[in-house]
Ligand binder design. Structure first.
Ligand code: NAD
Ligand code: MG
Length: 398
């Protein structure tokens, strides 16, 4: 029987790559539900091609989608809306696999709902895990959900860890002979910029990543290295390892997607051409392997692989994220919320590039940290951090 897939954020970069994989494995997988926030015409096209049972949009977009579906005679597709709609498809009894590819905090509740419903959850939406780390991981354990990393680095680490690693005790220590995780970073488009040059970069320049084609928010995060900071936190939760055992390695070619070191002196790396279809296919079919269009790595064409330490003076976001992980509690959720607001303000030309981490740092300094033991507390901190970050942005603009 084919597996039934729900794609949260189907119109995005990860959503599109997911469809590409499903296209070539249509015997094994069918699209049951799709969701989108803004590109409704594209969503209608996807509905026409894949005939899902359910499509989810924001409340104010229901009429637009309804009209488009009627024009195509697709009246049998049910339209749900808002957060309740996203949660309903994520936990739907007929869904086997949920691709969590909404960007930002908006993906938290739907992703958590999928985990609590015991689905196979393909996790692209790192912000959801950054915000709710312990709760999300505990829910995966309690509800026997397979929470599988799609983020290329975490997928690489997952591939390099020993079998049974996830059943071992979750105490922050590396185990089963593992000694350290090496999280690779491309360094983004401004790797060699001076601080002065960084002050003047534009949103268009920040969104032009040298190796990956991605959504705007993660592209800006890659340029500030906040993406690597969020990924550091993501790795600590996924692999139950304290930040002390995770080293960030700048590797501009993005051929090695991350590494795991062992006590016997071995370093295992997962390599491949930079294409998100590889980690998506891996997480979708794990523990099986399925075919993708991604060509095998040509090492003769990629004979220079370089590595360097990240410069946290020019890219302070990485330091902030490490500190937030060390502090624990609500700090990662506060950092994430302030960053989302700051990135939106940068894309809107309200603040400069180097002000993004400043807004995050000021927001973290302003807010009291506390234990993150319920989702309500986390969502309240997220909202409070957004309001404070907004204030800092208004003061900077004036
Ligand atoms: P994107 O901007 O291309 O797509 C985001 C998707 O989320 C769209 O379908 C959009 O409609 C939906 N969305 C946006 N805001 C929403 C809201 N408020 N409510 C509901 N839906 C909303 O982003 P992307 O690059 O595909 O990234 C998606 C997630 O995957 C992010 O968390 C990102 O960090 C992660 N990720 C992306 C890549 C990549 O290569 N693109 C790699 C690793 C991880
Ligand atoms: Mg990544």
């Amino acid at each position: 029987m084919s597996q039934s897939v729900c794609i949260l954020g189907v119109t995005g970069s990860i959503g599109q790559s997911t469809l590409k994989i499903l296209d070539s494995h249509s015997e094994e997988y069918s699209v049951f539900a799709v969701t989108a926030h803004s590109r409704i015409v594209e969503l209608a096209e996807i509905c026409k091609q894949y005939r899902p049972k359910i499509a989810v949009v924001p409340s104010h977009k229901v009429d637009e989608l309804h009209q488009l579906l009627i024009q195509d005679g697709l009246t049998e597709i049910e339209i749900l809306h808002g957060e309740a709609g996203l949660i309903a498809v994520s936990e739907h009894p007929q869904v086997d696999v949920v691709m969590a590819a909404i960007v930002g905090a908006a993906g938290l509740l739907p992703t958590l709902a999928a985990v609590k419903a015991g689905k196979r959850v393909l996790l692209a939406n790192k912000e959801a895990l950054v915000m709710s780390g312990d709760i999300m991981m505990q829910a995966a354990k309690d509800h026997h959900a397979a929470l599988l990393p799609v983020d290329s680095e975490h997928n690489a680490i997952f591939q390099c860890l020993p079998d049974g690693y996830f059943q071992a005790e979750r105490n922050g220590q590396p185990k089963m002979g593992v000694s350290r995780i090496l999280l690779t970073a491309s360094g983004g488009p401004f790797l060699n910029h001076t601080i002065e040059q960084l002050q003047n970069v534009t949103p268009a320049q920040a969104c032009k990543h040298p190796n990956w084609s991605m959504g705007q928010k993660i592209s800006v995060d890659s340029a500030t290295l906040m993406n690597k900071g969020l990924e550091l936190i993501e790795a600590c939760h996924l692999f139950a390892i304290s930040e002390h055992f995770v080293t960030v390695v700048v590797h501009p070619q993005s051929i090695i997607h991350s590494m795991v070191q062992y006590v016997d002196g071995s370093t295992l790396a997962q390599m491949g051409n930079p294409d998100m279809c590889t980690p998506i296919a891996h997480a979708l079919a794990w523990p099986k392997r399925i075919q993708t269009h991604v060509p095998a790595l040509d090492l003769f064409a990629n004979s220079h692989l370089n590595f360097q330490e990240p410069d946290t003076a020019r890219f302070p976001a990485l330091k902030l994220a490490r500190q937030a992980m060390k502090s624990g509690g609500l700090a990662p959720a506060i950092l994430n919320a302030a960053n989302e607001i700051a990135v939106a303000a940068f894309l809107n030309n309200q603040i400069g590039f180097t002000q993004i981490p400043q807004v995050a740092e000021q927001t973290l300094n302003r807010m009291e940290n506390a234990v993150a033991d319920t989702i309500d507390v986390i969502l309240q901190a997220d909202q409070a951090a957004r309001a404070i970050a907004q204030q800092f942005i208004m003061n900077k603009g004036s």
